[in-house]
Design a binder for this molecule. Structure first.
Ligand SMILES: [Zn+2]
Ligand SMILES: [Zn+2]
Length: 216
């Protein structure tokens, strides 16, 4: 199993990257992206450290790690430049913190994240049909989330993505040990959003292809 959206204490997660990785490994995950919250003030601190850590750990046996960033509460017009700055700093995976209905994320964030070709648009809230189509065209993956609050709109995201044929991934957005779900129960989240086992398997394949791209 793969999780492409997690937080360490480089932002508001509780665990060091090493403990986060270990706990996911014990829970049955083979690949993990660490995607701490970033903005203009901190991406140059977070990304190079995660890159160095992941490189070192990936030389050893065990869980594979992907250094990423979650661009969070950025003014939409600043997102494109920050996506490329994140990649230049070495982020292999750029997630954008989408328009969840439980936080005052700036309107327009979903659309600009997609136009900027972020890898994953996290918890996109009440994403519009037009944005879902654009995500499909730009090969930006839409996220179903395990995270409380953000997951309130999973049903909407699932319905829209399914209707328009856009690709989805399932991520924990874990901040604490209690946010790490047993692999054997992940399919329940997908079923709870009204999707099928086939959709769940497609989401696993999507995560595998993103991970492969990030790890090479
Ligand atoms: Zn957070
Ligand atoms: Zn997050």
């Amino acid at each position: 199993m793969i999780d492409l959206h997690t937080h360490s204490l480089f932002s508001d997660g509780e665990l060091t990257p090493a403990e986060l990785a270990r706990r996911f490994e014990v829970a049955g995950y083979e690949t993990l992206a660490i995607t701490d919250h970033g903005d203009q003030s901190n991406i140059d601190l977070i990304i190079p450290r995660l890159v160095a850590f992941c490189q070192e750990v990936n030389r050893l046996r065990g869980i594979r790690l992907i250094p990423g960033i979650e661009l969070t509460h950025i003014r939409p017009e600043a997102i494109p430049a920050l996506v490329s700055r994140g990649r230049k700093l070495g982020a292999r995976l750029v997630v954008v913190h989408g328009e969840t209905i439980v936080e005052p994320v700036a309107p327009g964030t979903n659309r600009i994240a997609i136009e900027s070709s972020a890898d994953v648009l996290a918890h996109p809230g009440l994403i519009t049909e037009e944005e879902v189509l654009l995500a499909k065209e730009r090969s930006v993956y839409l996220e179903l989330t395990l995270r409380k609050g953000h997951s309130l709109t999973n049903g909407h995201v699932a319905k829209m993505a399914h209707k328009m044929g856009a690709a989805m991934v399932l991520n924990s957005d874990a901040h604490t040990p209690g946010d790490i779900w047993p692999v054997g129960r992940l399919h329940e989240i997908v079923a709870g959003a009204g999707l099928t086992e086939g959709d769940y398997r497609a989401m696993i394949r999507n995560a595998e292809s993103i991970a492969e791209r990030c790890l090479t």
